[in-house]
Design a protein around this ligand. Structure first.
Ligand SMILES: [Zn+2]
Length: 99
């Protein structure tokens, strides 16, 4: 079973790889950031669909049984991450002007 540190390093690796994909795609395609992000969100949904379909079609040793709530969990995970980081960035931003 993976421990907490393993989860953090896996998460850091995924963050790094997706950021590289995002940056590379922005540069290579010249597409707007939101267009690229929507493509990436769509790709993640497709990964879920393909994995869920294969788990529904045949038993897998991992034991995962896809349920409809998985999609809601993915949506809320993305929303929490997006809002958290935005809040962090806004808090770290130096105050402009004087009160
Ligand atoms: Zn599995």
């Amino acid at each position: 079973m993976a421990n907490h540190n393993d989860h953090q390093s896996v998460r850091a690796e995924i963050d790094h790889r997706l950021m590289m994909t995002f940056s590379w795609t922005l540069d290579a395609s010249g597409l707007p950031p939101m267009t690229v992000m929507r493509m990436m969100a769509s790709a993640l949904g497709a990964i879920y669909r393909q994995s869920a379909n294969s788990h529904l079609a045949q038993q897998c040793p991992c034991g995962w049984q896809p349920v409809f709530q998985d999609i809601e969990a993915l949506q809320s995970e993305m929303e929490m991450a997006a809002r958290q980081r935005l809040a962090d960035s806004l808090r770290d931003m130096p105050a402009v002007g004087r009160a």
